[in-house]
Design a protein around this ligand. Structure first.
Ligand code: PEP
Length: 251
């Protein structure tokens, strides 16, 4: 299978008021035809900005997505949003199972699995996040943990067209620390192989993103690792200049 088109995705987390949408305008201006032919770009703003972000991004080629969704399509779930609402607002991706959701909201692999199914039910793409804690890495359990998360979180019916997997070591998120290229290569090769057991032949075409302290100065090295098909970027996605410098490694 040929290499999938890379995806560089920004996760704004709980950052950004309406004024921040100007950054998407700036990203759109820098996302020229040359770059568009090389990679896809995605911004996942806070849920309340998804509709406005989709309006701002229209015509730029930048996709807009959500950082989470509920597993159900509607109902009595105060404060939650359904995947169908993300689609209705103009979103096309949903991040599920981010470690901050797993830790802050107690989301289990089963919950993440249900949310990924919800994203696909709504016609969207699921970005399923996995990754070990620092203690798990020190104990030599990285592949065990990631394997268990993949097995529990990924619906077997997903395909290369609607599934993206993000490897995000918890200890690398927002810390400025990153694994070595060799460590990333080992985990991504393992993810590709394990995905084959879960979804079969489609695994070869699934984008595997690396996430955790990606910035302009380390993007080229991390994006050059085998089986790394893009990045999930937190802090450095808030400014158009940083985000587009990361995307620019694919030029
Ligand atoms: C993230 O939260 O998905 C992330 C990768 O954050 P940061 O780039 O800030 O480490």
């Amino acid at each position: 299978m040929s290499r999938p088109t890379p995806l560089v995705a920004g996760n704004w987390k709980m950052n950004g008021l309406r004024a921040a949408l100007a950054e998407i305008t700036g990203m759109g201006q820098a996302y020229d035809a040359g770059l568009k032919s090389k990679l896809e770009l995605l911004i996942c703003p806070p849920a309340i900005l998804i509709g406005a972000a989709a309006d701002v991004a229209r015509g730029t080629g930048i996709a807009i997505g959500a950082q989470d969704c509920h597993a159900k399509a509607d109902g009595a779930h105060t404060g939650d949003i359904a995947a169908e609402m993300v689609a209705d607002a103009g979103g096309s991706f949903i991040i599920v199972g981010h470690s901050e959701r797993r830790a802050d909201h107690g989301e289990s692999d089963a919950v993440v699995h249900a949310k990924a199914q919800a994203a696909v039910r709504a016609g969207l793409k699921a970005i399923i996040c996995v990754g070990e804690t620092e203690a798990e890495r020190r104990a030599g359990k990285t592949l065990d943990v990631v394997g268990r998360q993949l097995d529990g979180s990924i619906p077997a019916s997903l395909t290369a067209a609607n599934l993206v997997v993000a490897y995000e070591p918890v200890w690398a998120i927002g810390t400025g620390l990153t694994p070595t290229a060799a460590d990333v290569a080992e985990v991504h090769a393992f993810i590709r192989q394990r995905l084959g057991q879960i979804i079969g032949k489609e695994a070869g075409g699934v984008r595997l993103l690396y996430g955790g302290s990606v910035k302009p100065s380390n993007a080229a090295e991390l994006m050059g690792v085998p089986n790394v098909d893009g990045a999930l970027v937190g802090g450095a996605s808030l400014k158009a200049s940083d985000f587009m410098a990361i995307a620019g490694v694919y030029r």
